[in-house]
Design a protein around this ligand. Structure first.
Ligand code: ADP
Ligand code: MG
Length: 703
């Protein structure tokens, strides 16, 4: 037991049973540096020691189970290294063998033939027979009396290296047994008592004890709920605090004129009637930019729902009110696309618009910088080159960020500082993100949703084909091209297997060139390794309809718009993530013609791969796909989460804890409404939490 002046911040090597070598491993393998870190290293599952399994129900796929039965025989067999102890173990439903390879002498002496035991271990198949190797054994009576033994036994994740140093789940459990009881006394409550009462939450100390050593399922559930709530609550507290600060601290530009550009565009240039959803969102934006506070708005909408035109109209609003606007895209191709698209939408409106990217020549760049400063340039479209400090505006009033999840919060902040009065922010997502994720990633933003596709769109038909149907697929391509349509063929290009992927890509291109020979067919090729100029040239040939087939790696994933393309073929589709697949599919179905997405895959598919492809075949709804994606991958793998702190979630799960998240968020909103500065003494703990957070000190380092 640690001496009293030890705290949760004490380095882990001082814990009894750890020492320098194990401490080193704990740091390297599990990032456990302090007592506090270990206390917060929770079990990832529990074994129910209150439940007895019957021998007839055992199966080698089962995890460790507990069985009650009688030991009927023990016998030593084999020689030398093959020597082992084999026991017969029986319950009323059957017989099984227990096998030991170590401590044979001692076990042979101590095991009591004819007695009833509680055994615990993992069923395996040995020589075609069900058996258990090195089970834990306990005489039934003793097991019954053993009150200290938790009925739900914690299981901790360990690693090979840790196991070699006796820090398997049992080893970690032993450390926790010494630590948790002591630590829970030191653990200070971090939620106000009125919240605990109202929300029926147990104390932090209790929760920590019960999360490691619950004596019942109810106790465990209560501990989980308390700790999950705390995680979600504090994220929301921080996010909504920022939001509050922004609206209080930062005056925004007031766009109160609906001027000539906006009106002329709406009345004369708009090539289609807006959908109701688009109208609603524009109304929301106009309301926001009217209040005098700075807008921070997230625009969610499925692929092809028409976010770009909303962005443009917002930019025109800015220009009409004497401000400049910029629009930032994650790739050069997309920036170029946006630029071209905006130019053609704007037509002869007296609005000047320019493109800035990494490949803009120096000379041009210089002129551009000047025009930005003297205010003669209204709208700047570009890549992250826009963020550079050399890019200064006369009066930047609006920043549109397309496909935000590729940009970090830091980058957002940099754009924000480009004007004394910070510009309004409109952030657009590439694909829908699940509600829970939006609440955690963008909880500080207001959200608008375009939940309606432009009229007349035919839903894309998606099918999944195996290699054996390749000829059929080529035939289908030929038919569509004969109708005057264009086709994308996309290959994966993933860093880890880049060489192999490039080989596949080359082989694929050769194959296509054979099937679709010149001069009847022309093929564009675009991949990330090409110089930007060549990429652009090839893209443009396809956009202009000079080529019928576009072979590409995922560089075309985001935003490319060629309405005449009706077929999207995705090679090795099983290697793409769901949201990527959905993005890619969204490149077709942009015109009035029926469009198709063909997912090509090998015959060997993992369960998850199968589920991804069948989800794609089943639905076109981006929101539904996003939910499935979150369930399959967890938030950690979803782009953008890296900078968000939601990876620190230890227990809460954004795909299953939606209700709790909503509750936590509502509570935070309520608290800030009543006590915006958290001055009420009853909220002191919350204020402290935010103070510590903003100093970058983690909670357990100061307790
Ligand atoms: P995304 O939301 O994926 O960025 P885009 O803004 O690129 O979608 O729009 C997709 C396509 O739909 C474009 O060709 C655009 O011109 C067209 N579009 C946008 N809004 C409408 C509308 N209200 N009616 C018809 N077509 C529209
Ligand atoms: Mg777009």
């Amino acid at each position: 037991m640690p001496v009293i002046e030890y705290g949760l911040h004490t380095p882990i090597e001082y814990l009894k049973g750890v020492g320098p070598q194990k401490a080193d491993l704990l740091k390297k393998e599990l990032a456990i540096y302090t007592f506090g870190d270990l206390v917060h290293y929770y079990p990832f599952r529990y074994i129910d020691r209150t439940k007895y399994y019957k021998i007839k129900d055992l199966h080698p796929d089962m995890p460790s189970v507990q069985i009650l039965g009688r030991l009927t025989a023990v016998e030593q067999i084999g020689q030398k290294r093959g020597k082992r102890l084999v026991a017969q173990f029986k319950d009323e439903t059957g017989l099984m063998e227990l096998v030991w390879f170590q401590s044979i002498r001692w076990l042979e002496k101590s095991l009591k033939i004819g007695s009833v035991y509680v055994i615990f271990g993992k069923p395996t198949l040995f020589n075609g027979q069900l058996s258990m190797t090195h089970p834990e054994m306990e005489l039934y009576n003793a097991a019954n009396k053993n009150v200290g033994n938790p009925s739900l036994q914690p299981v901790y994740r360990s690693t090979e290296k840790l196991k070699q140093s006796f820090l398997d789940t049992k080893g970690i459990q032993r450390l926790q047994e010494g630590l948790v009881a002591w630590a829970s006394k030191k653990m200070e409550e971090n939620l106000p008592s009125y919240l605990l009462k109202e929300q029926h939450l147990i104390s932090k100390a209790e929760a920590i004890t019960h999360i490691h050593f619950p004596s019942s399922v109810e106790e465990l559930k209560a501990a989980e709920r308390r700790l999950k709530f705390e995680e979600l609550f504090f994220i929301q507290l921080k996010l909504l605090k920022n939001k509050l600060l922004q609206t209080h601290k930062f005056k925004g530009h007031i766009f109160d004129k609906v001027g000539s550009n906006f009106n002329a565009f709406y009345q004369e240039h708009l090539p289609f009637p807006l959908t109701n959803a688009q109208k609603r969102v524009i109304k929301e934006i106009r309301h926001d930019t009217h209040t005098g506070a700075q807008m921070n708005r997230l625009l969610q909408g499925d692929v092809g729902s028409g976010k770009t035109v909303v962005a443009l109209m917002t930019m025109l609003l800015a220009v009409d009110n004497g401000c400049q606007a910029c629009m930032m895209a994650p790739t050069e191709i997309l920036a170029q696309q946006h630029f071209n698209g905006l130019i053609s939408l704007i037509g002869d409106l007296p609005v000047s618009i320019k493109l800035l990217s990494g490949s803009t020549p120096k000379k041009e760049r210089k002129i551009l910088h000047e025009n930005l400063l003297d205010g003669s340039l209204d709208i700047l479209v570009g890549t992250h080159a826009l963020i550079e400090d050399t890019v200064q505006f006369k009066n930047l009033g609006l920043v549109v960020i397309d496909e935000q999840h590729r940009f970090g919060v830091e980058q957002r902040a940099k754009l924000w500082r480009k004007n004394q009065t910070p510009p309004h922010m409109l952030v657009m997502t590439a694909t829908p993100i699940p509600r829970t994720l939006a609440m955690t990633l963008y909880g500080d933003l207001d959200v608008s949703v375009i939940d309606e596709l432009p009229a007349g769109r035919k839903p894309i038909k998606t099918l999944h084909l195996f290699e054996s149907s390749r000829l059929r697929m080529f035939g289908f391509m030929r038919d569509e091209i004969a109708k005057g349509r264009q086709v994308y063929v996309v290959y994966p290009l993933i860093k880890e297997s880049e060489k192999l992927d490039l080989m596949h890509l080359e082989a694929g291109i050769e194959n296509l060139a054979r099937e679709f020979p010149l001069p009847t067919y022309k093929i564009s090729i675009v991949h990330g390794k090409m110089p930007a100029k060549d990429k652009d040239f090839e893209m443009q040939r396809f956009v202009k309809g000079e080529t019928q087939i576009m072979v590409a790696t995922t560089v075309i994933e985001v935003g490319v718009n060629v309405p005449n393309a009706t077929v999207m073929i995705i090679e090795n589709a099983e290697r793409f993530g769901l949201s990527q697949l959905h993005q890619l599919r969204g490149r077709v179905g942009r015109g009035g013609e029926q469009s198709f997405c063909i997912l090509m895959s090998s015959n060997k598919l993992s369960t998850e791969g199968k589920l991804r492809l069948s989800t794609m075949v089943k639905t076109n709804d981006g929101f539904e796909i996003a939910e499935t994606d979150l369930k399959l991958r967890g938030p950690g793998d979803i782009a953008g989460t890296q900078q968000s702190g939601i990876l620190d979630l230890k227990l809460a799960d954004l795909s299953t804890d939606q209700v709790l998240l909503q509750e936590a968020r509502n509570l935070v909103i309520h608290i800030f409404k009543q006590d915006p500065k958290l001055e009420d003494p009853k909220n002191r703990l919350l204020r402290d939490h935010l103070l510590v957070q903003s100093k970058g000190i983690s909670w357990d380092k100061i307790s």
